[in-house]
Design a protein around this ligand. Structure first.
Ligand SMILES: Nc1ncnc2c1ncn2[C@@H]1O[C@H](COP(=O)(O)OP(=O)(O)OP(=O)(O)O)[C@@H](O)[C@H]1O
Length: 292
């Protein structure tokens, strides 16, 4: 279990990227959902011991993460938002090199580790090709392979599906779900479906604060009877926004479908809808101070 208490991070320029964040993250897949600039990467990098917070505490099992970052690194697998450079070396050689860095010094053990990871992430057939030539999805699967070296007990993946096509996204998420059964996996994302498809527990972060937390099914249930839908012309949108708490708008066949949050039937042609996690997310952003 990962326990985060009152974590605050203020950057040198005065931006308060994390503001008293407290979270208890159990084993399994945990979704951290938030718009751009919410503080997700700052939180992920802080947990991964890549930057020290201004204040707060993080514990993982019996490890005091901020006091003993080395201990955390030994059990951590981290897939950053952006690797930056993609080398011209082969996937096999790169993984082998990273396994050395992770301390797997025995030749036989390393060979077994690297080979089984390449099979697990479905890159065995391209193991001798340069990573520089990989597609986005292949790079992300390589990223997961390197994060899994040494059987980590805490895995952090930062916005892993951005830019993947639907097939690669599915393949990647299925892989994560398989891994996520026995360890703590934190999936940071601004894509609602990534969380609704996979995570039994989640939090929404905005402006550096946790603004909602729980199981997606419970959060959806809390909205029961409060989400209403209507199809309007685009020209009517401004008036609708003035009259109602519009939480989402979507174009459909040239018209605009709006969802609003209302405790009672708003009439005017609105129909009740069964909310989804997207409604939870957008209503949370709309009713807290943060702007998506
Ligand atoms: N090194 C930095 N120096 C100053 N401000 C920073 C730095 N890194 C991030 N920030 C600011 O901190 C806030 C949180 O950024 P962060 O990257 O953690 O958000 P995020 O939720 O990961 O966003 P995105 O989805 O766009 O990656 C933003 O206002 C950002 O501009």
């Amino acid at each position: 279990m990962l326990i985060i208490e009152n974590l605050t991070h203020v950057y040198g320029n005065g931006v308060r990227a994390l503001d008293e964040v407290s979270l208890t993250i159990p084993r399994g897949m945990y979704g951290l959902l938030g718009p751009n600039g919410a503080g997700k990467s700052t939180l992920m990098r802080t947990i991964a011991t890549l930057q020290a917070p201004t204040s707060g505490h993080i514990r993982f099992g019996d490890i005091d993460v901020l006091k003993d970052p080395e201990a955390l690194r030994r059990v951590l697998g981290y897939l950053p938002q952006d690797f930056g450079v993609y080398p011209r070396v082969s996937a096999y050689d790169m993984l082998d090199h990273m396994a050395v860095l992770k301390g797997i010094s025995g030749r036989k053990e390393r060979k077994d580790t690297v080979e089984s990871l390449l099979v697990q992430v479905n890159l065995w057939n391209v193991r001798n090709k340069a990573i520089a030539g990989f597609s986005g999805g292949m790079r992300q699967r390589f990223g997961i392979a390197q994060a899994l070296i040494g059987d980590p007990r805490l895995i952090i993946v930062d916005e892993p599906t951005a830019g993947l096509d639907p097939e690669e996204r599915n393949r990647f998420l299925n892989l994560l779900a398989e891994i996520g059964e026995n360890v703590v996996v934190i999936l940071s994302t601004h894509i609602v479906e990534d969380v609704s498809d996979l995570c039994p527990a989640m939090a929404i972060i905005c402006d550096g604060r946790i603004v909602r937390e729980g199981a997606p099914t419970d959060l959806i249930r809390q909205l029961e009877g409060r989400i209403w839908k209507k199809t309007i012309d685009k020209a009517e949108l401004e008036d609708a926004k003035k009259a109602h708490q519009v939480i989402s708008t979507r174009l459909l066949g040239g018209r605009t479908v709006i969802h609003i949050l209302a405790d009672q039937d708003p009439g005017q042609g609105f129909a009740p809808v069964t909310g989804g996690l997207e409604d939870v997310y957008f209503s949370t952003l709309a009713t807290t101070r943060c702007a998506a």
